[in-house]
Every structure is written in C-alpha cells, then in structure tokens.
Write a protein that binds this ligand. Sequence first.
Ligand SMILES: [Mg+2]
Length: 372
Amino acid sequence: MKITRIDTFPVRIPLKPERHMISALGRHEVSEYVLVRVSTDAGIDGAGEATVLPQWSGETVWGAQALIDRVLAPHLLGQDPTDIDTIAALMDQATVDNWFTKSAVEMACWDIHGKELGQPIYTLLGGPVRPRAVRCRFSMGAYEPDRARRRAAELIAAGFDTIKVKVGTDLARDIERVRVVRKTIGPQPAIVIDANCGYDAQTAIAMAQEIDDCRVGLFEQPTPRGDFEALAEVRQAIRPEVMADDICFDLADAVECIRHAACDVISVYPGKNGGIARSKQIVDYAAQHGVACSIGSNLELDVASAAMCHLVVACPNMNVEEYPGDIMGPDYHAFSVVKEPLEIRGPIIALPDRPGLGVEVDWQVVEANRCP
Ligand SMILES: [Mg+2]
C-alpha cells in the first residue's frame, strides 16, 4: 500500500461557553486545529488531528498545514503508511520537533493500518489491557472563587471523583481556588493541581505547604519546562506526588525526568509526544523504571481523543486507575467533527471497537468550519 495524497484542513471549533479554559498558558475559547486526511492507492483513508496550541508547543494551524503540505508530504508520498517506524523516521529527518503536527500524520497512518487489518489500533499495539470505557478526571480552569465553587459542585454531581484545578496564575487566588474546591467537594474526592510551569521551585513548595490541609494528591508541572532539577527539588520537598507534563515531550525528556528522580508520574499523549508509537515508547521506558504514566490533554477533538484512548486501552503502564487522565476534549467543544462522536457520560469516555481509530471524520463539517 502506498500513500497517494495528504490533505490538510485547518478548522476553527468554538468551545462551549461554560467550558472556556483558563490556565497559566492563557485563555482557550476556540480551538484552531488541523485535520489531516491521508489517502492510499488501496482506497483506504486515514484521519489525523494536529491539536496545535501556540502556547504549548509553538505550533499553529498555519504552520502545521504548511509543514505537512510542503515539508512532510514530499517525503511521505509513495511510502507505505503501515510502516509506522519509517513514516516517523522520515518525518524526523524532514523536521525537528513539531510534535502535534507529526502526530496527526502518524495517527492517520495507524488509522489506515487498523482499517486494512480490520482491527482497532489498541489491538495493533498489543491488545486491550483495560476496558474501553475509561474513567477521567475533570480539568477545571483557573476560575474565580464563585465560578470554581459552582463548577466543582456540578462535577461531583456528574460523577467525577478527581478534579484537577488549574493554578500557576496568581498565587493568592490559586490558593483560594483550591480551598474553595476542597470545601465544596468534601473530604473524599481527589484534587490534582496543575501549574503549567507557572511557579519557581520555592513558590511551588511554599504553595503546597500552605494548602497542605486541602490534601492535594498530585501536583502537575509546578516548575518551568527544561528545569529537571527544579521539578526534583519540589518533589523532594512536598507531600503530594509530582507529575511531569509540560517538561516531557519526547523519550529524551522522559529519560531526564527519571534520571533526576523528578516525578512520580509522567503525563503522555500522542499529540505532545509526536505520535502514538512515541507515547508508547515513553510509557514502556517509564514502566521499566517503575514510573507510572497517565494521559494528558490539549483539549482534543474526537480524532486525537480516540488516539489517546487506544494508547490507554493498550498500555499496562497507562495507570489511569490510580492517576485518572483527561480525555474530555470532545465534551468541551460546541460540536463534533466526526459522524459518531466518542461517548462521554460524566467522567467516562468510551472508545468503540471499530477498526483503526474507530471514528469517521465528517469532512463536510470540517469544510464548513474551515479556519479563516
Ligand atoms: Mg498539564
């Protein structure tokens, strides 16, 4: 089988107003992402999604589209899409970094591979090791106290037992927000906080000590990207476990995290890691070193969310039972770009057992919502 065409579709999908995200990275009210369609001479198409957010990885819809059209496609046309290692190597030769862009092409190739064999991707990854219905946490923006209180109550009513609260903005307000959430949800549900690199080590340590009575279970990425020592210092000093997220894009980053004993858990997902296979590499490496992984998120649509679900379902070390991840992206958006959206009920997202990614993009919806 050979790749005959790669088409890119920049889309603009609004978030539901009540789901607008606020974090140390800024506000997220509309998603401008790129959907990718890889066509083959066998008549099988695959779909991918570049969940680009300039504040996250420096990638944009315009950059991702140009990179795929002008830089990656010339290397990939005529290649076998089911030879994922070669596809990934060719993309790496063509350009460094650009994780979310590369992952869009890679997941489309997995989609084709699965459809060709009539198997879901999780089967190609080694087979399911947990149910296709995955329990998630909810990631709440860095809201003002009233809104945080209201939202927290709604989430508990909806069945969530882990709430992630965005911090890393203004220290006093961050502390107040965590207190409000703990007071609202009572002693039982778990609280995770995520600073998205918003503190230095001293501030993160002081913050964790200040809210010790709120019994935060996990502190996600307190300190800046690239500073493995700072993350390790925080981990040494605080009671909550530490999750590495914004600091860990590729296997080399994961090696550094583990070398520095900087984290208890690593957040992985295909977009951030440059593809499903790259995520699995990190997850397997972490497993060998006794470090758990869980699934992170960049507010994906159904296509990339499906890719995330396959990874979770197939990898034993994606320990979502102990560290629930967020695959709630589709539920943040006002409408879906696939014909049968992933089923999300309260905290549970369910992956179908159809071949490939298991979701079919509605290209008419995509066309109608082109990014201007
Ligand atoms: Mg995070």
